[in-house]
Design a binder for this molecule. Structure first.
Ligand code: IMP
Ligand code: MG
Length: 194
C-alpha cells in the first residue's frame, strides 16, 4: 500500500490552510457579497470547508463540465453540462477549484464567466500544479503549490474513486493504480476514524 501512494498534504495542514484562505477572502471582500462558483465534482469538498470559514454573506453556485478527451491531453475544450443559477452581472465572483493543472479548463471557464459581466472574478484553488501550466491564468488564492504528481483525495479522484479520502495522497505508482483502480481501497477505512 505505502508503495502505491503516500500522504502529500495531511488533513491538519489542509484544515489550517483552508482557514487561512477563508480569512483572506473575508478580509479582501469585506462589505461585499461574493458568489463562490464551484466546479463539480472535485471542487465541492474544498468549497464545503472553505465557505464555512468565510465570515460574509456568500452565495454558492455550481457548474458541471466535461472535458473532451483525456484530462491530460485536453485541448482545453470544455462542455458545460450544468450551468450556474445566479445572474453574475455586477457580482464579485470567486471560482473555487480543487486543482489547477495545465490551466486550460480554467481559462475556458474564466472566459465563459467573464462574458456575463461580473464586477470582478478571481480564482481560489486548493492545489496549484504551477509547473504544468500551459494557459496563463491568474490564481489569486492557492492553498498549496503541488508537485508534478498525480494526486487523489479531498475531492480529487482517479476514475471517480477516492474523492472521500480525508488527506491528499500522491500516487507513487500510477501504473499499479491504473492496472487495479481498487488498490488504494484500504486507505478508505480511515473514514470511520473520529
Ligand atoms: P487543467 O488545469 O485544465 O489541466 O485540468 C484541471 C483538472 O484536471 C482538475 O480540475 C482535475 O479534475 C484534473 N486533474 C489535474 N491533475 C489532477 C490530479 O493530480 N489528480 C486528479 N485530478 C487531476
Ligand atoms: Mg476539477
Amino acid at each position: 500500500m505505502t508503495e502505491v501512494a503516500s500522504v502529500l498534504f495531511g488533513r491538519q495542514d489542509i484544515r489550517r490552510r483552508v482557514a487561512e484562505l477563508g480569512r483572506a477572502i473575508t478580509t479582501d471582500y469585506a462589505g461585499r457579497n461574493p458568489v463562490l462558483v464551484s466546479v463539480l465534482k472535485g471542487g465541492t469538498v474544498f468549497l464545503a470547508d472553505l465557505f464555512r470559514r468565510i465570515d460574509l454573506p456568500v452565495r454558492v453556485d455550481f457548474m458541471a463540465i466535461s472535458r473532451y478527451g483525456d484530462a491530460d491531453e485536453s485541448l482545453g475544450r470544455v462542455r458545460i453540462l450544468m450551468d450556474i443559477e445566479a445572474d453574475l452581472t455586477g457580482r464579485d465572483v470567486v471560482l473555487v477549484e480543487d486543482i489547477v493543472d495545465t490551466g486550460l479548463t480554467l481559462s475556458y471557464l474564466l472566459g465563459t464567466l467573464r462574458a456575463r459581466d461580473p464586477a470582478s472574478i478571481e480564482v481560489c484553488t486548493l492545489l496549484d500544479k504551477s509547473v504544468r501550466r500551459i494557459a496563463p491564468v491568474r490564481v489569486r488564492y492557492a492553498g498549496f503549490d503541488c508537485p508534478d504528481r498525480f494526486v487523489v483525495g479531498y475531492g480529487l479522484d482517479h476514475r471517480e474513486r477516492y474523492r472521500n479520502l480525508r488527506d491528499i495522497y500522491a500516487v507513487d505508482d500510477v501504473s499499479a493504480l491504473d492496472a487495479d483502480p481498487g488498490v488504494l481501497a484500504p486507505l478508505l477505512r480511515d473514514a470511520q476514524v473520529g
